[in-house]
Design a protein around this ligand. Structure first.
Ligand SMILES: Cc1cc2nc3c(=O)[nH]c(=O)nc-3n(C[C@H](O)[C@H](O)[C@H](O)COP(=O)(O)O)c2cc1C
Length: 448
């Protein structure tokens, strides 16, 4: 019995505030949302407001990694929605690291298409809000590690054997972890991709370290031998090396950032952000805070904080009302999950107040996400409020929050997991509920 899990059913702010209090959560809700319109400065760029769109794969690229028509459409819709930052989705730096055959991939061949993607996106934003409205753009660079399926079937690449994840990721006991030499070569592939992203015209590149894809797994590589395992210095080596190499080769030509887990949600010694050595899943944020401080000293101005693993513990990653087909409901109120994601971003923001910290996991809050986001910004708990699934459903939520001071409750994401379901079924992913024309008709995604 999942007695603690409840679906969202709140009509007014007081109702959700009350449930937050009953659950003993430290969530705050502002009625004045004007702070969401606060500009944010990252180096010489001015973000027009404090609302952001999280990276969201649409599983709609071409076989050779170019953005497809639905990809272009998605970013035009996001641009016309008014958010101050657009974080472009997971984009592989090498074919072996693609999560699926439709995942975007940046290479010399696909560069012209990425250039067109960024140009169309910026033009749409300027047409919608004027030339001065220039959303900050980040491209997320990835290697999917144990979740790699470049040809549609699992071809996992592992940093180490993980008893919690090996079986569910088709890793056999005889599989060899990626070697140190291969990791050094992969660092260079991230650097090459960063150069291409700069040529394409992105403001920043994200060296993706979240959700237990390969670089994220390295952060928890206590049991790995060699230069990338064991100590904090070794487990963070990949990220630090890539940051240093990009800075050495591109200088300030492109801003470097990372979307990073604060906490994986699996036990030590196979996990990042797990504290105790007794096998519990309790979190400890000392290492993420230390790493954020080091990145800040290296001139990384922005960090996007997330948590969990979308396959293994999705409720930590994206609190939901309904799971994907065959998935389960956690014995946890989704608001607890939202509060956890807010707390981990807050811990980083408070430890490095000068950094621009972007928070995740707001979509379950529906029309109240602006109230929580505004309070978090006002309290100095976060700088940018990032919205993921909510933007698939309601791409112009930012415009409504900024201009009308509210979101339309009849348009918000209902956290039904169907967008993820589409991905898992190898289909183009988007909002089946509110974007029926593009996804509803083609999708035969049914709940059992
Ligand atoms: C269909 C789908 C695709 C996603 N693609 C990415 C991605 O490319 N990169 C990433 O870091 N996170 C990805 N995420 C996770 C979201 O960015 C976000 O962290 C998560 O949905 C929780 O935020 P939300 O509550 O605002 O949706 C994806 C999530 C979904 C549902």
């Amino acid at each position: 019995m999942h007695t603690k899990h409840k679906r969202f059913h709140y009509q007014c702010l007081d109702e959700i505030k009350n449930v937050s209090q009953e659950l003993g959560l430290n969530l705050q809700f502002d009625e004045d949302l004007s702070i969401l319109g606060r500009q944010v400065i990252i180096h010489d760029k001015i973000l027009p407001n404090s609302l952001a769109i999280q990276p969201m794969e649409g599983h709609d690229g071409t076989r050779d990694g170019r953005p497809g028509e639905l990809t272009f459409r998605r970013y035009r819709r996001f641009a016309a929605g008014g958010a101050g930052l657009l974080w472009f989705e997971a984009t592989a730096v090498t074919p072996a690291g693609r999560a699926n055959p439709q995942q975007l991939m940046l290479s010399a061949d696909t560069l012209p298409d990425f250039r067109r993607l960024i140009t169309e996106t910026r033009d749409t934003a300027a047409r919608s809000f004027g030339e001065e409205h220039r959303p900050f753009t980040v491209l997320q660079l990835t290697h999917s590690g144990r979740y790699s399926k470049p040809e549609g079937i699992p071809q996992p690449v592992i940093a180490f054997h993980d008893p919690y994840l090996d079986d569910e990721t088709h890793v056999t006991s005889s599989q060899k972890p990626i070697s140190d030499q291969e990791l050094r070569a992969l660092e260079d592939q991230f650097v090459e991709a960063a150069k291409l992203a700069q040529e394409a015209g992105f403001d920043a590149v994200d060296i993706k370290h979240c959700h237990r894809y390969l670089p994220s797994e390295l952060l928890g590589a206590y049991t790995r031998d060699g230069e990338y395992g064991g100590s904090f210095e070794n487990r963070t080596r990949f990220l630090i090396n890539v940051v240093d190499k990009i800075k050495a080769s591109l200088g300030d030509g492109i801003i470097v950032t990372t979307r990073i887990n604060a906490y994986d949600g699996t036990p030590y010694p196979y996990s990042w952000g797990a504290v105790t050595k007794d096998g519990s899943r309790e979190m400890c944020l000392d290492e993420i805070k230390k790493l954020a401080g080091i990145l800040h000293e290296k001139g990384v101005p922005l960090i996007n904080i997330t948590a969990g693993n979308p396959y293994h513990n999705p409720h930590i990653n994206r609190p939901y009302d309904l799971p994907i087909k065959g998935g389960s409901l956690p014995d946890e109120h989704p608001l607890v999950g939202v509060a956890r994601l807010i707390d981990v971003a807050r811990a980083v923001q408070e430890s490095v107040p000068e950094m621009v910290v972007m928070g995740s996991g707001y979509s379950w809050l529906r029309q109240f996400l602006g109230n929580v986001g505004a309070a978090n910004i006002r309290n100095g708990w976060v700088t940018l409020v990032g919205v993921g699934r909510g933007a698939f459903a309601y791409p112009d939520f930012a415009k409504d929050l900024l201009h009308d001071g509210m979101m339309d409750p009849s348009k918000t994401c209902i956290t039904c997991s169907r967008c993820t379901q589409l991905m898992r079924e190898g289909k183009e992913a988007g909002c089946v509920v509110f974007d029926r024309k593009a996804y509803g008709m083609t999708s035969r995604t049914q709940r059992d």
